[in-house]
Design a protein around this ligand. Structure first.
Ligand SMILES: Nc1ncnc2c1ncn2[C@@H]1O[C@H](COP(=O)(O)OP(=O)(O)OP(=O)(O)O)[C@@H](O)[C@H]1O
Length: 728
């Protein structure tokens, strides 16, 4: 760290830290008081409520108690999270030209006179902390970032923004907080960037919520982290709307969610729903999709051309359906033959979803039987209906002919190659239909894939929710001595069970805001699934086309445009790569532009002076271990080993077998799994195979090459790989 001292003092850093520590102590003391008073109020409230009628608390008094102290409760809760994370509550200070000093923190805290001790980073008054620049200082003379461990100030980084208006005694310390933050070693989870958000990022974070906000930019430009800070900002600025309506954040995989899951809690927000793409339909399905299909199968399953196939699948009668209905009324045999039954089925399904159509189907059967009755049947229509519906032959037929069908059992039918081929006619090529049936064969044994999840969601939509068995509806709302429920079940819980079987109810959970990360990989079928969760939501969509794994970019674009429709759209482009050093990014960008000239290439903000090592292995398995060992010695943080899918398990086993020092810093992933993640050191194993085995080809290799924050090593087998750009 260099010290630029504008006025001689014995130890400027120590004395500045002491000044800041005094303020931080004041904030924590105030929060401590608030927490204690909140606890007292809670205890008092509880004892009043539980005492006799004389000291009964009127409801409005209770409400006032609640409102007054909700701040304290919330602050205490957030403080507990921050303590656990060892993150500083206060991280910034602005010295303004008018002499005012503002502190910026993860939450806002006021003193007893309601004067702000710290302002929330999302408040308008904190905006200059992120937006002020030397050319547009926004009345800020000095921006200071405080580095804290819990309540202790351990470092200071300053930016002098307006030297002309700086008071002679102003001390300016450090090289700037951003570089300090970027060169810190990475752990296995993403950290928030609240202290060092850059101006172009801040604009996207604070953009209005309405319509669609599209955030694009190359690798490492902060798209993910900006999206997450935006979610926190929206909750702050429109809490009522978004806390009650819900915010859904969707990322590509569970690994990715584990990586980002700490960011929102560290910003004090815990009410956001995080879902991997395969678990989006967990509101309507008991299973989630975690496996991935091979690239060609994933491409078929993700295409919009699956839609007609699924529609036909839903209309397709079950293989073991009864072929005719035969009932005896007043000694007369009444028969409906397969042609008539098929007509009734088509007619009912044109007005009802299959799982909601049983009643209508029975009515239609009764109508058809009534019309077909011989003259000898002598009864009124009501009596006729009563007689027929009480016949075992009629009810048994109903169960067999119109059973409820679950989405999974419907999709499973496509594993029959003949059926898949027939239903795909005119929509898929023959080879694609074969991939589809082979790709659904393991549904029962291994569970659905990520791509299956969107197909299952579509099927839930087409079939309607499966009604619960009737017994469940008839159980009493109230617990009795024989109740099988061991826990307390509230009336609301029981009513919600009833709600689930309402065939007219929309089964999907919807949200007020939907944030999609790595949007370039969202398939058209997945866009349909996502749209069901945000039919009247505002959206933030984050992605980079050059990192896409989806082969048909035009089809995915059309699907997205369809979702946007005529809604307002605002676009932000992130232009700086904060992750990879210039040396690494230069190589990666040369690789991508050869195949994808329109790639949006950001400018790397850092340089380490260390060129990537492009190695050739004679003994690949041994050399992988040796290169990882070397990287563990060269970087302090994580080491990512990015493999083609076919080599992943061997590499993992070899590294486990080697039991290297620092093994807990290693992660072995496929290029698809490495989406959105980063490691201090990265080894890309056999890049040519990464290209060959990944749906995105060279674009997937580009993703792999842009994961390092410090060092990149590639390992070809036998001879230099074809992937290398000219001159590398
Ligand atoms: N303003 C900032 N201050 C400090 N670190 C930052 C800032 N912006 C981004 N970073 C860091 O840069 C890295 C890349 O950010 P992020 O993963 O959000 O980028 P991305 O654009 O989503 O990348 P990719 O497209 O490759 O997934 C992260 O470590 C993030 O914390």
């Amino acid at each position: 760290m260099t010290l630029l001292v504008t006025e001689a003092r014995p130890d400027p850093l120590a004395s500045e830290i002491a000044v800041e520590q005094a303020h931080v102590d004041l904030v924590y003391a105030r929060l401590g008081e608030a927490t204690r008073s909140a606890q007292q109020v809670a205890t008092a409230g509880r004892s009043l409520h539980s005492s006799d009628r004389e000291s009964y608390v009127r409801e409005e008094d209770g409400t006032r108690l609640y409102e007054r102290d909700v701040f304290a409760f919330q602050s205490a809760k957030r403080l507990a999270v921050l303590d656990a994370e060892h993150e500083g509550l206060v991280f910034g200070r602005l010295d303004r030209t008018d002499g005012e000093v503002r502190y910026v923190g993860r939450i806002g805290v006021r003193d007893e006179d309601y004067e702000p001790l710290v302002i929330d980073w999302r408040a308008p008054a904190a905006e200059p902390f992120y937006r002020a620049t030397p050319t547009q200082p926004m009345q800020v003379v000095r921006r200071r970032v405080l580095r804290c461990q819990g309540p202790t100030v351990v470092g200071i980084e300053d930016d002098l923004l307006d030297s002309e208006n700086a008071d002679g005694g102003l001390v300016v310390i450090g090289e700037g907080a951003l570089m300090a933050a970027l060169s810190r070693a990475r752990g296995h989870q993403m950290r928030d960037i609240v202290a060092t958000i850059q101006a172009e990022q801040d604009e996207a974070i604070r953009a209005p919520y309405q319509g669609f906000t599209l955030i694009s930019g190359g690798p490492g430009t902060g798209k993910t982290v900006v999206g997450l800070h935006r979610a926190a900002y929206l909750l702050y600025s429109n809490r009522r709307r978004f806390e009650s309506g819900g915010v859904l954040v969707v990322g590509p995989s569970r690994v990715f969610l584990n990586y980002i899951e700490r960011v929102l809690p560290s910003l004090g927000e815990e009410s956001v729903t995080l879902r991997s793409m395969g678990s989006v339909p967990s509101d309507v399905l008991a299973v989630t999709g975690e496996r991935v299909d091979d690239a060609p199968t994933a491409a078929v399953k993700g295409s919009l051309r699956m839609l007609p196939v699924l529609k036909r699948l839903v209309l397709e009668p079950l293989a073991d359906q009864p072929l005719e209905l035969r009932v005896v009324v007043q000694g007369q045999v009444l028969v409906l033959r397969s042609g008539q039954l098929a007509g009734i089925r088509r007619d009912v399904l044109s007005h009802h979803k299959l799982n909601a159509g049983r009643e209508a189907a029975e009515k239609a059967l009764l109508n058809a039987l009534w019309r077909s009755r011989p003259r000898e049947v002598d009864m009124e229509r009501d009596e006729f209906d009563d007689v027929v519906t009480s016949l075992a032959s009629f009810t048994t037929f109903g169960h067999a002919w119109w059973p409820s069908v679950s989405a999974t059992s419907a999709l499973r039918r496509l594993s029959d190659p003949a059926l898949a081929a027939r239903l795909s006619e005119g929509s898929l090529e023959r080879a694609e239909a074969e991939l589809l049936s082979a790709g659904t064969a393991d549904l029962d044994r291994l569970g659905p894939t990520v791509a299956d999840a969107a197909l299952l969601d579509e099927l839930v939509h087409l079939l309607g929710p499966v009604p619960a068995p009737p017994e469940e509806n008839e159980t009493s709302l109230f617990l009795d001595a024989d109740s099988e429920y061991a826990e307390i079940v509230t009336t609301a819980d029981r009513l919600s069970v009833q709600r689930e079987v309402d065939p007219f109810d929309l089964p999907h959970r919807t949200y007020a805001h939907v944030l999609i990360d790595e949007a370039q990989d969202v398939t058209p079928m997945q866009w349909r699934m996502l749209r069901r969760r945000g039919a009247s939501a505002s959206w933030t969509i984050v992605g980079d086309g050059a990192q896409s794994s989806w082969p048909d970019a035009a089809e995915a674009d059309r699907a997205l445009r369809e979702i946007i429709g005529t809604a307002p759209v605002r676009r932000f482009r992130m232009s700086t790569n904060y992750r990879s050093p210039a040396e690494v990014f230069d190589l990666a960008s040369r690789v991508v532009v050869e195949a994808y000239p329109e790639a949006d290439l950001p400018t790397a903000v850092r340089s380490t002076g260390v060129e990537p090592l492009l190695a050739v292995a004679q003994d690949l398995r041994r050399d992988v271990v040796e290169q990882v060992r070397a990287l563990l010695g060269q970087v302090d943080g994580t080491v990512g080993v990015v493999c083609p899918p076919s080599r992943r398990d061997t590499v993992l086993a070899d590294l486990e077998g080697a039991a290297l020092d620092g093994a807990d810093r290693i992660a072995v992933v496929t290029s698809l799994e490495s989406k959105g993640l980063e490691y201090d050191g990265v080894l890309v194993v056999t890049p040519d195979d990464v290209v060959a085995e990944s749906p995105g080809g060279v674009r997937s290799l580009y993703v792999s090459l842009t994961r390092p924050t410090q060092r990149l090593v590639t390992l070809d087998e036998g001879r230099p790989g074809r992937w290398r750009p000219a001159g590398a």
